[in-house]
Ligand binder design. Structure first.
Ligand SMILES: NC(=O)c1ccc[n+]([C@@H]2O[C@H](COP(=O)([O-])OP(=O)(O)OC[C@H]3O[C@@H](n4cnc5c(N)ncnc54)[C@H](O)[C@@H]3O)[C@@H](O)[C@H]2O)c1
Length: 325
């Protein structure tokens, strides 16, 4: 395959690009490098462009020039708090980029697309969530992902687009240290930051209706997520349409279990500090993952322990690199 990977210098995009190349596919990365890094994919052709505004013509030319047949669209902003502060900018970036990409794909007759959506589209839904669960995003970030899915689905009604929108649950870990996530936006890196500052990791609420009282989430290793993209690309249904698929493990892990694992792996003797619940945190959120298994045979292979260990190794790698600078 000849694949354009937008956001291919980012965390999940670089893992996926590497797997594509390893199996012999051609990869062209398109990335503005605002949160991504060239160092993750030094060997791959990269065009640096912000695709959110007015990029359709350039993307179409690149698709023709590089004889692209498929697109995996990772490029996007992912900070919930930032999306609450700058909603219009989030819509411009996350929805605008989908629109520009679809204009280019239609013009260049590129008809295979895998789109990075998010479990944030489910909002405060609790329990094991299948793809037909109601979608009620509770922040602009989640809303931009839902609108992105709708735009993909509407395009697949209008022209022969074969697409899948993948709703990731909590992605973590690193396939190799230099590919790790350098943004501290979720539980694992935030706990590492606390530990590095010799501060107790925080647990928000331990009176939920769960086994140990703390919230339960579905953590999926980034290497599993990357493999899921290849499996979905290969299994896109022949007919035009947008197939929505959850990407998770189907297994719940409590915040306390996760924090204990993080403390253990980092060798810290700190004790977690339990605070009041945060508003908007559902008790338990686990992805229903039957649909992707049925379509592709894919299921997650890595454990929570693999996720925490590899995230820790990656953090240490980046600390060594920044110490050398
Ligand atoms: N990491 C997660 O836990 C998670 C969960 C759900 C969904 N997602 C989605 O998956 C995608 C990839 O996430 P990630 O964790 O790899 O994030 P990331 O920030 O590491 O990667 C995003 C990449 O896209 C690039 N980019 C962003 N906006 C761009 C634009 N307008 N034009 C060109 N390039 C642009 C960035 O430079 C970066 O390389 C995002 O769309 C994100 O919303 C991530």
């Amino acid at each position: 395959m000849r694949v354009m990977v937008t956001g291919g210098a980012g965390y999940i995009g670089a893992h996926t690009s590497r797997l594509l190349v390893e199996r012999g596919d051609y990869v062209l990365v398109v990335d503005d490098l605002v949160t991504g890094s060239r160092d993750r994919i030094p060997e791959l052709p990269l065009v640096s462009v912000n695709i959110a505004n007015g990029s359709a013509g350039q993307l179409e030319s690149l698709m023709r020039e590089h004889r692209i047949d498929s697109v995996i669209h990772f490029a996007g902003k992912k900070q919930v708090a930032e999306s609450v502060e700058k909603p219009a900018w989030y819509y411009e970036q996350n929805v605008g980029s989908v629109a520009q990409l679809l204009l280019a794909m239609e013009a260049a007759h590129v008809s295979n697309l895998v789109f990075s959506s998010s479990a944030a589209v489910y909002g405060e839904a609790s329990g094991a969530i299948a793809e037909d669960a109601p979608t009620y995003p509770i922040n602009p970030y989640g809303a931009t992902k839902l609108v992105g899915e709708q735009l993909v689905a509407a395009s697949a009604n209008a022209w022969p687009l074969r697409a899948a929108s993948l709703r990731y649950f909590n992605v973590g870990g690193a396939g190799s240290p230099e590919l790790g996530d350098t943004q501290a936006l979720n539980l694992i890196p935030i706990c590492f930051e606390q530990i590095a500052a010799n501060k107790a990791p925080l647990i928000f609420g331990d009176d939920y209706d769960t086994l140990d009282g703390t919230c339960v989430r579905d953590y999926v290793h980034v290497s599993d997520v990357a493999e899921a993209h290849l499996a979905v690309l290969d299994a896109l249904p022949k007919e035009p349409g947008n197939t929505v698929l959850n990407i998770g493990t189907g297994i719940g892990t409590s915040v306390r279990e996760m924090v204990d694992s993080i403390l253990h792996v980092s060798g810290s003797a700190l004790e977690p500090l339990v605070l009041e619940r945060r508003s908007g945190d559902p008790a338990a959120v686990v992805g229903g993952v039957e649909s992707i298994r049925e379509l592709t045979g894919w299921s997650a292979r890595y454990t929570v322990s693999d996720i925490v260990k590899s995230a820790w190794e990656s953090r240490q790698y980046f600390e060594r690199v920044s110490a050398q600078i």
